[in-house]
Design a protein. Structure first.
Length: 106
């Protein structure tokens, strides 16, 4: 499970690097063609990088939440909840059995 998370994060980082390189290459081509200035290209690259950073931070926060949920589940939190539910079911079954017994004897 941890290996899957690791691969997902590394794939995301790889995609970010490839995307950044492609964007930089595309902006360089526009500058060479004279369609935008070097200053505009830098500004656009910074804007895109900022947006990508925010998106990456959001994804990292969501991934962190999911990992915390998984760890709390694996920590036995679910076991405690299941044991409590099983105890409650046994208690309710006992109450139901007593009520059914009273109805048949009455």
């Amino acid at each position: 499970m941890i290996e899957a998370f690791k691969k997902t994060v590394l794939a995301g980082l790889g995609a970010a690097v490839v995307t950044r390189d492609k964007i930089a290459g595309g902006l360089d081509d526009l500058v060479k063609q004279g369609k935008i200035s070097a200053a505009d290209a830098r500004e656009t690259a910074e804007k895109i990088a900022g947006e990508a950073r925010r998106d990456f931070d959001k994804a990292g926060a969501k991934l962190g939440e999911k990992v915390r949920d998984l760890v709390s589940y694996a920590d036995g939190e679910h076991t405690k909840r299941l044991e409590a539910l099983e105890a409650r079911i046994k208690s309710l079954e006992a109450i139901h059995a007593k009520a059914a017994k009273r109805r048949t004897t009455a």
